[in-house]
Design a protein. Structure first.
Length: 405
């Protein structure tokens, strides 16, 4: 049996095949750039006004204030956005100009509209204007040749806007993996089926699909596979052709009808480890098949979700190009006593709060691996490591945040 730290090292130390693809700009949100983004334009491409107002020569309005306004002649030409000025701004004159409009020759500043007033064909200026005031200069934001965004960066909404401004219609990104999901077991029913004794509805494939989707990747659900070896072989073979990661829930314990290990051995998938010194999720298997990864997950619903968080999600994020693989981790104080068996790592579903700058956590209640509502209540997972015994009230532990506080 392998420790949690060694199991995570095996998973995250795997050599991965990074897939890259050019996709439409808007589709790249949340993904990781696979190339540097270089601008071949100055942004802005021309000097322009940052305000609605009046283009002036700064020297003409020295000393202007509300008690002693400066009167300037209003030129016939006004400059809306999108129009190139045809005339030069002469001394003693001003031009009406809109935000984003090109600056006319001779102009050295823009007086805001609020600080001026039209009177009998002239404009009264009520405040001084310094050189360059309210002017956005060519290349002020981006200069031609600048590396605007670097490879390996996650793409945010502002990045989309910047790339659009420099004529990027498609962007090369690291492709998220496709994750296949198989639920196994004769006891499983479809979601719409009526419950009977000895049967349970399949929740695992839904929880896993939702976790994959939340992580930014795509999934394929292959449905429920009964405990029949040939059918299992067909489903696994199909999934390994179509997916980068395969998640199989159930069928990896030591039961007589657990065929998953046999099928994976038959196709010569390489077993890296089976069974981890943890609770929940002890019967966890990790295998490699060519450049694909296979997780044999336990059948209990909490075990499935916790194993995904601690092993599958970090591997997915590595394959997606992220440097930060795990969720945010904080050091928090126990709000009450916790029992813990020394020599094993426990992942405890907890509710964490932050008060006066300190984090504290309490149990969600019963911690059985079949209590799926414990994951509903939990906004975090506390990690009680192998070398730690009981956690007294006020004791500290590392806690992974699952949801916003």
């Amino acid at each position: 049996m392998i420790s949690v730290s060694d199991a995570q090292h095996e998973v995250l130390g795997s050599i991965i095949k990074v897939k890259k693809k050019k996709i439409p700009l808007l589709d790249s949100l949340g993904m990781v750039l696979a190339e540097d983004i270089i601008s071949y334009d100055d942004i802005p491409i021309y000097d322009n006004s940052a305000m609605d107002g009046y283009a002036v020569r700064a020297g003409d309005v020295i000393g202007a204030d509300y008690n002693y306004p400066v009167r300037l002649k209003l030129a016939e030409e006004d400059i809306p956005a999108g129009k190139v000025p045809s005339a030069r701004l002469e001394p003693g004159c001003c031009m009406s100009i809109m935000t984003g409009a090109p600056i006319p020759e001779g102009c050295s500043g823009v007086v805001m509209k609020e600080h001026a007033e039209i009177e009998n064909g002239s404009v009264l200026i009520f405040r001084e204007c310094s050189e360059g005031e309210n002017i956005r200069y060519r290349g002020e934001d981006i200069k031609s040749g600048d590396t605007v965004l670097k490879r390996g960066r996650r793409i945010y909404p502002a990045d989309i806007g910047v790339m659009a401004s420099i004529r990027i219609a498609e962007v090369l990104v690291v492709c998220p993996p496709t994750v296949g999901i198989i639920s196994t077991g004769d006891e499983l029913l479809e979601t719409g089926d009526e419950l009977v004794i000895g049967k349970v509805r399949d929740s695992n494939s839904y929880s896993l699909a939702a976790q994959v989707k939340e992580s930014g990747a795509s999934y394929i659900r292959y449905g429920i596979v009964k405990d029949e070896k040939r059918t299992l072989e067909e489903k696994i073979s199909k999934a390994l052709l179509e997916c980068d990661i395969l998640l199989i829930s159930g069928g990896v314990s030591a039961g007589d009808y657990d065929y998953v290990k046999d099928v994976l051995a038959d196709i010569e998938a390489k077993l890296i480890f089976w069974r981890v010194n943890q609770k929940p999720g002890k019967p966890l298997a990790f295998l490699k098949y060519k450049d694909k990864f296979i997780f044999g997950l336990p059948g209990n619903p909490v075990s499935v979700m916790v194993c995904f968080e601690m092993y599958v999600r970090p591997l997915m994020r590595k394959m997606m190009g992220f440097k930060k693989l795990f969720r945010d981790l904080v050091l928090a104080k126990a709000a009450h006593d916790f029992k813990h068996k020394i020599g094993r790592t426990d992942f405890v579903r907890v509710i964490i709060e932050k008060k006066n700058g300190e984090y504290s956590f309490k149990s969600t209640g019963m911690q059985g691996s079949g209590i799926l509502t414990s994951m509903v209540k939990a906004n975090a997972i506390a990690v009680f490591t192998e070398g730690v015994g009981d956690i007294d009230r006020g004791g500290m532990a590392e806690v992974h945040l699952l949801k916003e506080l």
